[in-house]
Design a protein around this ligand. Structure first.
Ligand SMILES: Nc1ncnc2c1ncn2[C@@H]1O[C@H](COP(=O)(O)OP(=O)(O)OP(=O)(O)O)[C@@H](O)[C@H]1O
Length: 323
């Protein structure tokens, strides 16, 4: 098969692992930077160029779209979809999961638990917002945060108010969230591939820190994820409509609380910690995905052909001599 990996840099750990995994299974792989594509918008004939050449032929596009290029990256993914090239994670699904507030709204609609969260825009509503999430300490998050940067804890109502006022004055979109104290600086990351948890780890924040991100000095530990946590992760990914994702969960008093769903999860920390060949699992799923898609397309073509034939049979026959 021919895979096209959309990634800004072929030497990144996750990208190079996917390339190696695909090549070792006999596939052709191209890595292309989403920002190098020229999108041609044209009625009934969507197309794209990579530099001045037509896009490489691919049976499947595997997007690895970083937060910094979300808009253009998703436009490229969408264009592939419009051109009839299957994509492993669709643009709609990636966009859904990347918008923290939208993701939480969708999860709770399906009865999946998340920390209590409030989104507010005006300083008048801080007291009410705090009341709703059970008071201070509270978590304040920038909607555009990543790797733990932009996630803060405010210990008192006064700290919450001044933090929010500052961030609002700076034009930031923020969310206010209940602090899950019982998680004690720990969270779980599960990698879900095709409705199955293929690897998991627990991350423990370093001393004096509540954020457990590995980029913030957290330590990853191999775990056998409890069934309830596996189920929550799989359900969350299904609600987003993703084929491949990393799910971050906190250990709440009543079970898992979903923090975030990442459509381009980093593979380095999880592969090193869990010892699982996650890239291999993704490629294996990609193969099945392509086969399923092509079977479906073949079936559709068959139905269309049958309909065409039936239409031809039903048409009245005209005889030249009027008989
Ligand atoms: N409501 C909460 N209660 C307790 N701890 C929290 C809460 N929200 C976040 N944390 C901690 O802070 C860390 C970073 O938070 P979050 O995942 O929201 O940030 P992020 O910048 O989106 O990170 P990522 O790189 O995983 O996208 C979490 O891994 C968790 O350890």
């Amino acid at each position: 098969m021919r895979f096209l990996v959309l990634s800004r840099n072929a030497t990144l750990y996750s990208t190079s692992r996917l390339v190696l995994a695909a090549r070792s299974r006999g596939h052709e792989v191209t890595v292309a930077d989403p920002l190098d594509f020229h999108i041609v918008v044209s009625r009934r004939r969507p197309s794209m160029f990579l530099g001045d050449r037509p896009v490489p032929r691919a049976d499947l596009v595997i997007p690895r779209i970083g937060a910094s290029i979300t808009n253009y990256g998703l436009a490229v993914v969408r264009q592939f979809d419009m051109m009839g090239v299957p994509v492993l994670n669709t643009a709609v699904a990636i966009a859904r999961s990347r918008d923290k507030l939208r993701a939480m709204q969708l999860l709770t609609r399906k009865d999946i638990d998340v920390p209590r969260t409030v989104c507010a825009k005006t300083p008048d509503s801080v007291d009410l917002a705090l009341k709703f999430i059970g008071g201070a300490p509270a978590i304040v998050k920038l909607q555009q945060g990543a790797q733990g940067i932009g996630t803060m804890i405010a210990e008192t109502p006064q700290a919450v108010t001044s933090l929010l006022e500052t961030l609002w004055a700076m034009g930031q979109d923020i969310i206010l969230q209940e602090y899950i104290a019982e998680s004690k600086g720990r969270d779980y990351r599960a990698i879900v591939v095709g409705q199955r948890v293929v690897a998991a780890m627990r991350r423990q924040a370093k001393q004096g820190e509540f954020r457990s991100n590995l980029h913030r000095g957290g330590l990853g530990v191999r775990v056998n994820l409890d069934k309830r946590y596996c189920q929550a992760a799989i359900s969350a990914v299904r609600v987003m409509g993703l084929e491949v994702a990393g799910v971050d969960m906190l250990e709440g008093r009543d079970g898992p609380k979903i923090l975030e769903i990442n459509s381009s999860p980093g593979l380095e920390g999880i592969e090193r910690t869990s010892g699982v060949d996650v890239a291999g699992a993704i490629i294996l799923h990609a193969e099945r995905f392509v086969m399923r898609k092509s079977k479906r397309t073949a079936k559709k073509d068959l139905v269309l052909e049958q309909e065409r034939r039936n239409r031809r049979i039903r048409q009245p026959v005209h005889f030249a001599n009027g008989g």
